[in-house]
Design a binder for this molecule. Structure first.
Ligand SMILES: C[S@@+](CC[C@H](N)C(=O)[O-])C[C@H]1O[C@@H](n2cnc3c(N)ncnc32)[C@H](O)[C@@H]1O
Length: 555
């Protein structure tokens, strides 16, 4: 613990809080602030950077920290901790270590390279806390000591001087698969009426906050043998036998299981609890603590999972006492598809979105050409509907036929025959169906998953025509591809955003691919960069990103 002074802090001293164990207090561990007042009982009132609350802490839970330094004291190569950023995007950089780059953009901002991502950011110097290597290492050891492995991992990621033994120790502890942490006392595991156990917010939570960190007890490549493979791993892991008994075998086995041998019970538990990991969709993994989150189709949290780790984050602000739920299905699915999926899980979803969409699922909504009315192609909607404004007569049967044709075309586009086709011919094949879903047409739903897929295919066909077929059409084909991709992104934002505030991997991939392409104008590029930056927290903070996606923070 070198680098920290004995507990004797005058007012005005810059200190770091550590070692608080209560759920309310532990969220301040690692926070840096200034001693504002010393109470009669000897406790210190701390004015924290980036926090409104002023915790009152015993001096034994404080250690001296280096104050923010002005740019004149900061030099190229210095290490700094990013703190106190309050924008939605910036908050996710707080606590990250960065290194100063040679030149800054001015305006009181300094250019830093974020160790975890390698990306560069221009940050106000008041949001940078200078750290010596000794302080970083002392803090790292402190975090290891109190088992705050989530913060330790974040602190050490990409740090060039991270000591090998500390990193090895961290890796070994994470690899046991028995480590999980509720972060900063955000949630509490409680009984939820009608759902078994689940998590409730134990304090007010801000959008994007990390709530729970978990490590995979077992994992497998997704496929017919996934449960057998994971079961074998559980059985082999004899060093974690107690954890297995208390934290795995007590999970909810779902409807498959009534009363059976432990081996079958384990398979039922796995079936009911494993996550298909979003960072590697070919893998499935069991996260015993994260799997206690119940489902909602308008989830207020989501699990960012790799085959080894899960971080559950808030998707929106959550009030203390609210149940915190993740979504077990893709947000883009229609209500009927979602319901079908939960039959196998032994419950029917009664979330706000399901109730709302019972009579009107937006994915089956078809706006009238006059723009003043929306028809519905949902199973519960009438067969023929008339627009009260322009009297257009809408046939649900015809609309669903169109949707089926779109579905068939999307299936064809996944075949080798489509891949071998001349892209110019594919464009012509897709065009009549695309015309049915674009503006001014009321012949098919515009934000249905299949519609979005069709638009994506149309954009790709144009792109291939622009890049693979030489000729005078190339510029126009590229412009058409770009234009269509914009429509895809808008339809996805509409589809996902409604009641869910959630974006899925396909959405990020669309944005990313667009960003990777050339932009007709700088304003076009900026528009999409802003969208991506505003949402970057959804996939910030892990070493790997979904296939093809680079970290937008690097931009
Ligand atoms: C992955 S577990 C979630 C944690 C579980 N409640 C427990 O006690 O361990 C999935 C099970 O939780 C219950 N569940 C999850 N979401 C639910 C919901 N929205 N409504 C009713 N039950 C739900 C169902 O029994 C489901 O099989």
């Amino acid at each position: 613990m070198d680098g920290y002074a004995v507990p004797d802090f005058a007012t005005g001293t810059t200190v770091e809080v550590h070692g608080l164990t209560s759920s309310a207090g532990s969220r301040f561990n690692g926070c840096v602030g200034v001693v504002a007042q010393i109470n009669e009982d000897g406790r210190h009132v701390i004015k924290l950077q980036g926090h409104d609350t002023q915790p009152v802490v015993k001096p034994s839970n404080l250690r001296k920290a280096t104050p923010h330094l002005s740019s004149s004291c900061l030099g190229r190569g210095d290490f700094v901790e990013i703190s106190g950023l309050s924008s939605e995007c910036g908050r996710f950089l707080n606590g990250h270590l960065a290194q100063l780059r040679p030149a800054g953009p001015g305006n009181g901002r300094l250019l830093v390279k974020v160790c975890a991502t390698g990306g560069e950011k221009a940050i106000k110097e008041s949001n940078l806390l200078k750290l010596t290597q000794e302080t970083v290492l002392a803090r790292a050891e402190g975090l290891l000591e109190v088992g705050r492995l989530h913060d330790l991992q974040r602190l050490l990621r990409g740090v060039p001087f991270a000591p090998a033994d500390l990193t090895k120790d961290l890796t070994a502890r994470l690899a046991t698969g028995t480590h999980s942490e509720i972060l900063d006392g955000a949630v509490k595991l409680v009984d939820i009426p009608g759902k078994g156990k689940g998590y409730r917010a134990d304090r007010d939570i801000s959008a994007g906050e990390a709530l729970l960190f978990d490590t995979a007890f077992c994992s497998s490549r997704a496929g017919p043998k996934e449960y057998e493979e994971m079961e074998a791993q559980c059985m082999k892991n004899t060093s974690a036998a107690d954890f297995f008994k208390t934290n795995v075998m007590t999970l909810e086995p779902g409807p498959w299981m009534t009363r059976m041998l432990d081996a079958s019970r384990l398979q039922s538990i796995l079936k009911n609890n494993v996550f298909k990991t979003i960072r590697d969709p070919s893998m499935v993994a069991l996260f015993p603590a994260a799997s206690r989150f119940n489902h909602s189709c308008c989830a207020n949290a989501f699990a960012d999972t790799s085959s080894t780790q899960a971080t559950v984050r808030a998707l929106r602000n959550i009030q203390a006492g609210e149940e915190v739920c993740v979504s077990y299905c893709a947000v883009a699915q229609t209500r009927e598809d979602r319901i079908g999926q939960f039959v196998g899980k032994g419950f029917s979803c009664t979330c706000e979105r399901c109730l709302l969409e019972e009579s009107h699922d937006p994915q089956f909504s078809v706006p009238c050409r006059c723009g003043k009315y929306a028809f519905s192609a949902q199973s519960t909607a009438p067969a023929v509907q008339r627009c009260p404004d322009c009297s257009f007569s809408f046939s649900k049967k015809l609309c669903l036929e169109h949707l089926r044709e779109i579905q068939d075309m999307n299936s064809f586009m996944r075949t080798p025959a489509a891949a071998a086709e001349n892209p110019m011919r594919l464009v012509e094949k897709l065009r009549p169906l695309v015309d049915r879903v674009t503006e001014g047409s009321n012949l098919a739903p515009k934000t249905h998953g299949e519609t979005i897929q069709l638009l994506n295919n149309f954009s790709a066909a144009h792109y291939f025509a622009a890049t693979r077929v030489p000729g005078p059409h190339q510029d126009a084909s590229f412009a058409a591809s770009f234009d269509c991709k914009k429509k895809v992104i808008r339809a996805q934002a509409l589809n996902h955003g409604r009641g869910t505030s959630q974006r899925d991997v396909n959405y990020f991939q669309s944005l990313h691919r667009l960003l990777m392409g050339q932009f007709p104008t700088a304003a076009d590029r900026r528009e999409f960069e802003q969208e991506l930056e505003g949402l970057c927290w959804l996939h910030f903070g892990q070493p790997t990103l979904p296939q093809g996606i680079t970290d937008p923070v690097c931009r």
